[in-house]
Design a binder for this molecule. Structure first.
Ligand SMILES: Nc1ncnc2c1ncn2[C@@H]1O[C@H](COP(=O)(O)OP(=O)(O)OP(=O)(O)O)[C@@H](O)[C@H]1O
Length: 357
């Protein structure tokens, strides 16, 4: 009969490319059960959104099936998301990921919503906090406009609203349209602090924070109040957007928040009639920026009418058409973000946080 040691030896040829180590040394192999010729075990990854999950399963099956005496192999794939330092400050939240842009209107909220829903579709527990206090668009994009969250005044807790598997909170749920437009810095900081600390998120693997554009009060509040695992920077390929994106990366760097990578949105125009892709703006800018800052381009999202229509209707494209070409970009992006978060956490860099109040 095959032994546990033989199984582990066979599985130790499988290398996780992100950590550059084999899955046995990484402690991913669990619950080995041997019943004469039948072998079962679990491979526990660092995120349910692992882009190479199925490849790991296949390799594990092949490796163990080739052992003498093994007739049947069943591999269970599971995941335990690695923890950033958020948990100490927001109990239950494993990682906070900021979705930011230097410039307004580049599609940051559209990206944040589709990324959050795509991540939830992998089985991860996901929250989305709308930190765009002046112009909250999450309620509309998540199909939750007009809904009000339940607020428990005794315990000072706000209960998030949920749609498409994502828990969300936004100042837009609590105030009438455009009321916050006239708020000043301290009010913005106060409102955001409250959204950061008083929401009953429950257990989350990823809390995405849709930031307002630029490098202002909200960015300061977020990075000073809670430990952010990393930032996803959204830009369009235009020079001016890239220039502002650079400022965004620099701002997060100063706050000791690493850039997980860049999303180039409206990369190419996809003609709704013939499907032809044309690069309206210059190409290669996001790549140059990522090289300069030693980060990665996580996705190129096309300028596509369906993406806009679905966002406006309150059904993000990944929820409306999960198998579409457009949705695949966001699903791949979710995998890349999850990957970068796992890598970031494995580095165990001590990100000092200046926690205030
Ligand atoms: N890839 C895309 N294809 C087509 N339309 C898009 C795409 N990304 C975003 N849009 C559209 O562009 C407009 C601006 O997008 P969005 O509101 O997400 O930008 P933003 O950067 O969050 O803006 P703000 O700075 O106001 O917060 C919206 O109408 C949205 O539907």
């Amino acid at each position: 009969m095959v032994t546990e040691a033989e199984i582990l030896k066979a599985l130790s040829v499988i290398i996780d490319p992100d950590f550059n180590k084999d899955i046995v040394s990484l402690g991913f192999v669990k619950n080995i059960a041997i019943n004469s010729g039948e072998v079962a075990f679990t491979v526990e990854l660092t995120t349910p959104a692992c882009p190479v999950k199925e490849e790991f399963r296949r390799q594990a099956e092949v490796a163990v099936s080739s052992l003498p005496g093994v007739e049947k192999v069943s591999v269970t794939m599971s995941a335990k998301t690695t923890q950033g330092q958020a948990k100490e400050h927001l109990p239950g939240v494993a990682n906070i990921v900021a979705v930011a842009s230097g410039k307004g209107g580049v599609g940051k909220s559209t990206t944040a919503v589709n990324l959050a829903v795509a991540m939830a579709q992998t089985g991860a527990r996901v929250g989305l906090l709308d930190a765009d206090i002046y112009g909250p668009s999450i309620p509309r994009m998540m199909g939750l406009a007009g809904y009000k969250p339940q607020i428990d005044y005794d315990t000072k807790t706000i209960h998030p609203l949920e749609n498409y598997g994502v828990k969300t909170i936004s100042i837009g749920y609590m105030i009438e349209d455009n009321q916050a437009m006239l708020w000043r810095g301290p009010m913005v900081a106060g409102a955001l602090s409250q959204l950061l600390t008083d929401v009953a998120w429950g257990e989350l693997d990823y809390l995405f924070v849709d930031m307002p554009p630029g490098t202002g009060d909200a960015q300061l509040t977020l990075t000073q109040k809670v430990p952010v695992t990393g930032a996803v920077l959204v830009t369009t390929p235009q020079d001016i957007a890239l220039l502002d994106c650079r400022k965004g990366i620099e701002m997060f760097r100063k706050a000791r928040v690493p850039a997980l990578g860049i999303v180039e949105n409206m990369s190419q125009f996809i003609c709704p009639n013939c499907g032809h892709a044309s690069a309206i703006f210059a190409e290669g800018g996001a790549e140059r920026l990522s090289q300069e800052f030693k980060t990665e381009v996580l996705a190129h999202i096309p300028l596509d009418i369906k993406i806009r229509e679905k966002a406006d209707e309150g059904t993000p494209i990944v929820a409306a058409f999960p198998d579409s070409e457009q949705a695949k970009h966001y699903t791949a992006l979710a995998g890349e973000v999850a990957r970068r978060v796992s890598i970031q956490n494995s580095r165990k860099i001590d990100i000092p946080v200046m926690v205030q109040g």
